[in-house]
Ligand binder design. Structure first.
Ligand code: KIV
Length: 264
């Protein structure tokens, strides 16, 4: 059975945590789906961890759809969420609906995520009216890297915190079915979470959110260009992969591989 928006809401009501992880391709999406994750986010973080870019701004809709298709093909029970890339929703409402709709129509996704506070409320409402379920994303929004002056914790001052609390309420009223909170103080995330009837999903937002999300490559230890404080590494796949590849090279060079059992 596919995880639905209603399951998200029920989990919040029942006090059960919602589990999300990013995924960008078939094999890892399959592993995460089989591990029982509630949702797979095809994040525009693929810019950093797959494409080797400095930030998420260059990612295109076509690239996101390409990855969303692979993830959707693997996801048997997890909800698939497509991340709206920079300039896919900021220019106009028709653009936003068309691009959001592409995730559902072509990308096999069941929902989309969009960065921004009150300034995207009309877009959230228009997309929701067009049957595109939306997760809104506030706090540290990586597409705003140049305005924010880097990847910095948000909502530290009282004024900023109040604004984020208001944004959260406005986005809930606009129809978002969940709210992603990135890099904000845990106490602020608790207040936002308690003030909403939709679930909050945290990344660097402490333990009081209704669910958590992390970037797959961080969880597996596949990405070490920068590791934010909020990341917990559950495996060391980069080292493991390097070891395996070195071993293979060594065996080829020594004439150990291929052996008889690998030959016809
Ligand atoms: O693109 C992404 O991976 C994100 C994170 C917040 C999970 O938006």
């Amino acid at each position: 059975m596919r995880v639905t928006i209603q399951d998200f809401l029920k989990k919040k009501k029942d006090g059960q945590k919602i589990t999300l992880i990013t995924a960008y391709d078939f094999p890892f999406a399959q592993i995460a789906d089989e591990a029982g994750m509630d949702a797979l986010l095809v994040g525009d973080s693929l810019a950093n961890v797959v494409q080797g870019l400095e930030n998420t701004l260059p990612v295109t809709m076509d690239e996101m759809i390409y990855h969303s298709k692979m993830v959707a093909r693997a996801a048997r029970s997890a909800m698939v969420i497509g991340d709206m890339p920079y300039l896919s929703y900021q220019v106009s409402l028709p653009d936003a609906i068309r691009n959001g709709g592409r995730f559902l129509k072509e990308g096999g996704a069941h929902a989309v995520k969009m960065e921004g506070g009150r300034e995207v409320a009309d877009t959230v409402a228009a997309m929701t009216r067009s049957e595109i379920p939306v997760i809104a994303h506030i706090g540290l929004t990586p597409q705003a890297i140049h305005r924010m002056g880097g990847y910095k914790v948000q909502g530290r001052t009282e004024k900023e915190a109040e604004k984020l609390k208001e944004d959260a309420r406005i986005l809930e009223d606009a129809g978002a079915f969940a709210l992603l909170l990135e890099a904000i103080p845990a106490e602020l995330a608790r207040q936002i979470t308690e003030g909403l009837s939709i679930p909050t999903i945290g990344i660097g937002a402490g333990p009081h959110c209704d669910g958590q999300v992390l970037v797959l490559h961080d969880v597996l230890g596949l990405f070490d260009r920068f590791v934010p404080k909020f990341v917990k590494k559950y495996a060391t796949l980069k080292e493991d992969a390097a070891k395996a590849i070195r071993h293979y090279k060594e065996e080829v060079e020594k004439g150990v591989f291929p052996g008889g059992e690998h030959s016809f």
